[in-house]
Design a protein around this ligand. Structure first.
Ligand code: PLP
Length: 357
């Protein structure tokens, strides 16, 4: 197979061992003689995967017993609706830090009174708003901890006077998180914890059932708490791969170790962006994401953008094109992105500099 360095934003790079084990399970799931995609989800062999996966989440993120962990379909985008349906009674506040945050807010607006407390839309979301106050008269405050498209990240678990709900699609399991500060954490698996097709929810159970609206069965999180994520057929194969991904993560030493590795990788790449006169970073330095590194050609070198894409592609770099709404480059360096890939990209930038400075 061709050697590539995969920097795509999601679906994205996954640990090789998770992929290898998935391939094995597609042939024979746990010695049953049945491929994992043909096994009934109402079997003890499948139950064991669900139990193991929930236990891994609980252990890796230190999730207390009064929270349930759900694995559903629909993606984070359906999660936006789950949030509003299950938590919005009178009013909700959102931090508008990008397109995903806006989409989350849109769903809440359709169901009630929801608004942005602060926004960084004025400068194409290249920073995290600060100095705002979280209102106390709202049902919840919603944040997007990592803004995948713009490369900004909220690096700390904030204190909130109202239930805090976070879309952590693109930085879940990249660092330790104090789950007790959140009413709910949710996201699509396809950036850090598995393939597309499964959406995770970590929800504080006693906060459910407080809204007066009728919630359609499938959109009611209580349905899935009661059904242990198997009210209907769960996304069996994505959950299997997620479980393998988490086993890999645990084997490396868990989220503390992962966090250290992620910081190291991000530092290497940002250092090169800051040093290399041909490139410049786009996100405010204090808000730079450890997961998505966004940069452009520096002033005077803008005309070299296409040439750098081609140059990098020739050297095996793939997926470094910035999101269509911002342009430039974006290297997504999620958990499973090896340090060697980051070093290869840096070497590529240095080589390119030699050609052009
Ligand atoms: C990718 C992404 C989403 C959208 O996820 P889907 O599973 O495709 O709906 C939402 N929020 C963030 C922060 C993302 O990175």
């Amino acid at each position: 197979m061709k050697k590539v360095h995969n920097f795509t934003a999601g679906p994205c790079v996954l640990p090789q061992v998770a992929i290898d084990n998935a391939i094995e399970a597609l042939k024979d799931f746990k010695g049953t003689g049945i491929p994992v995609i043909s096994i009934s989800h109402r079997t003890k062999e499948w139950d064991a995967v669900m139990d193991e996966c929930r236990a891994l989440w609980r252990e890796l993120l230190n999730i207390p017993e009064d929270y349930e962990i759900l694995f559903l379909g629909g993606g984070a985008s359906m999660g936006f609706l789950y949030v509003a349906m299950n938590f919005l009674e009178n009013k909700a506040a959102y931090l508008e830090t990008g397109v995903w945050a806006k989409k989350a807010l849109k769903e809440a607006k359709a169901l009630g009174n929801a608004y942005a407390v602060a926004s960084s839309a004025d400068t194409v979301f290249n920073y995290i708003p600060k100095g705002y106050e979280i209102p106390t008269d709202v049902d919840y405050f919603h944040i997007t901890t990592n803004n995948t498209i713009y490369g900004t990240e909220i690096h700390e678990d904030m204190d909130s006077p109202v239930p805090l709900i976070a879309d952590m699609s693109s930085d879940i399991m990249s660092r330790p998180v104090d789950v007790t500060k959140y009413a709910m954490i949710y996201g699509g698996a396809q950036k850090n914890v598995g393939p597309a097709g499964v959406t995770f929810f970590i929800v504080k159970k006693d906060l459910l059932g407080k809204v007066s609206r009728y919630i359609p069965t499938m959109l009611d999180l209580r349905t899935h708490v009661d059904g242990l994520s198997m009210y209907n057929t769960p996304p069996v194969f994505p959950i299997f791969v997620m479980n393998e991904t988490l086993k890999w993560l645990k084997g490396l030493g868990g989220v503390e170790v992962m966090y250290k590795m992620n910081k190291e990788k991000a530092e290497i790449l940002y250092a090169e962006i800051d040093r290399n006169p041909l490139f410049k970073g786009t996100a405010a330095k204090e808000d730079r994401s450890l997961m998505n590194v966004c940069f452009v050609m520096a002033e005077g070198y803008e005309n070299l953008q296409d040439e750098f894409f081609a140059f990098a592609k020739e050297r095996g770099m793939t997926g470094i094109k910035g999101h269509r709404s911002v342009g430039g480059f974006r290297a997504s360096i999620y958990n499973a992105c090896p340090k060697e890939s980051v070093e290869a990209l840096v070497a590529c930038m240095q080589e390119f500099e030699q050609l052009h400075k």
